[in-house]
Design a protein around this ligand. Sequence first.
Ligand SMILES: [Zn+2]
Length: 189
Amino acid sequence: MPLAPKQALAPGDALLIVDVQPDFCPGGALPISGGDAVIPVLNEWLAAARALGVPVYASRDWHPRGHMSFTERGGPWPPHCIQDTQGAEFHPALKLPPDAIVVTKGVRFDQDQNSAFDQTGLAVELKRAGVRRLWVGGLAEDVCVLASVLDARKAGFATHLIPEGARPVTAEGSVKARSAMRAAGALLE
Ligand SMILES: [Zn+2]
């Protein structure tokens, strides 16, 4: 039974929505199978967060043209989430509150940033805001969600994956990602 967001969320919590962008959804430049299926699930969490005053952080992949993570430069990914393109916007069906805090990553020319914590200062910002526990969902479960969950644990946050609110690039990737998250002390319910 998935947790009901209104019962799960408490003071000291924050919601971290990772990279829910059209390029990672069906029809996008780097589509994840069923990627858009996370949106109705995360919208319920967003509604509960808003009702309970729980802060919302939303990361976005935001690459310069010709980024080093793209195949044209020998990287693993087709070009995706190029700055100021439609595919890089937050998905229009995702109901982010107007006061959601945007975390931008992937802007470095010389390296990729899978984690929302990687050189963004997010851990410091969350601590400043009094956040102790994070609920994480988004795309892709076995890449940027995984990296963000592991970094959240390293930074000392109690961390939950929202399993129904995440989708992997591959099913095998999901199995490995979930076992790595559990090993790091994250909770998967
Ligand atoms: Zn990327």
